[in-house]
Write a protein that binds this ligand. Structure first.
Ligand code: SF4
Ligand code: SF4
Length: 285
């Protein structure tokens, strides 16, 4: 089963939930798709690290073959090409490596070269296989890295926890595409509700089964609870606003490995999610 953990913005507790869920599962895989700011590995401190470069294809122009027709310039919606005094210039920083210009050039003046945009690291932390994607600073899109990350687990039968990028942009869509269930992490504030609504719209768009985890829960979480009630969304668990948890988290510790109470909380959360997936499967079979 593949569980994607999302939040409308960074710092909501998405990685806290992802890391602890993976820590209580049996022989799981944790996949950090938050490629602009991956930090799951800081908690797992994996050993036996292997690195693999991720490359994309960038166009290269052969000036002798270029006709100066500007077809490629007009085609590129990312403005990564310009024709200046009949010389074609490639702005590789904004090139999204879609390959279109190379296909349409009438004189085969464009070829391609590999450009490294980041890497994938993998290692082990106790029984957890930890795989992280890292986008190099200044690169425009982490989607090629996420595609490569998810290709690694496409046929996985193990429990997979996908730590998604924050927000609801196309990079998040890519991260949840293959997920069996989405866990939406929200804080019980007005801003938290606003962020929850964003990711809720996204999972509805993809028709993914989903539930909510309320992080930093206070005694009165009516904002999130009311929204979930109105929209018939299951509240999977509430993680209390707790200084011990905050301390463990800020020290880069995994609460479920350090505290019996948190081991129980996240084990129960995992069981609840498994039951939700089973329920969904029966309901749609
Ligand atoms: S489409 Fe080909 S020939 Fe035309 S300007 Fe671009 S590189 Fe040159
Ligand atoms: S590969 Fe795509 S994004 Fe890059 S320059 Fe060509 S058309 Fe533009």
């Amino acid at each position: 089963m593949k569980y994607a953990v999302l939040s409308g913005k960074g710092g909501t507790g998405k990685t806290l939930v992802s890391v602890n869920l993976a820590a209580v599962a049996k022989n799981p895989i944790y996949v950090d798709c938050d490629v602009e700011e991956p930090n799951g590995h800081l908690f797992f401190k994996p050993r036996g690290i292997k690195n693999e470069a991720v490359t994309v294809k960038i166009p290269v122009v052969d000036e002798d073959l270029c006709l100066g027709c500007r077809k490629c310039v007009d085609f590129c919606k990312f403005n990564a090409l310009a024709s200046v005094i009949d010389k074609l210039i490639v702005f590789e920083e904004v090139c999204h490596a879609c390959g279109g210009c190379m296909l349409l050039c009438p004189n085969n003046a464009l070829t391609e070269r590999d450009k490294v945009i980041g890497e994938i690291t993998s290692g082990d932390s106790e029984t957890v296989k930890v795989i992280s994607g890292i986008l190099n600073t200044g690169e425009t899109s982490g989607i090629p890295i996420i595609k490569k990350l998810l290709a690694k687990i496409v046929n996985e039968k193990a429990t997979v926890v996908i730590d998604c990028p924050p927000g609801s942009a196309c990079i998040v869509m890519e991260s949840i595409r293959d997920a069996d269930y989405c866990i939406l992490v929200a804080e019980p504030t007005v801003f938290g509700l606003h962020n929850l609504k964003m990711v809720y719209e996204l999972v509805k768009l993809f028709n993914k089964p989903h539930g909510v985890v309320i992080n930093k829960a206070l005694k009165n979480n009516h904002l999130i609870n009311d929204f979930c009630c109105e929209n018939e969304i299951t509240v999977l668990t509430e993680i209390p606003f707790d200084s011990e948890l905050g301390q463990l988290n800020s020290n880069g510790e995994i609460a479920a490995r350090k505290s019996a109470a948190y081991h129980d909380l996240f084990s129960t959360l995992l069981q609840t999610v498994v039951k939700e997936v089973e329920h969904e499967t029966v309901a749609h079979s």
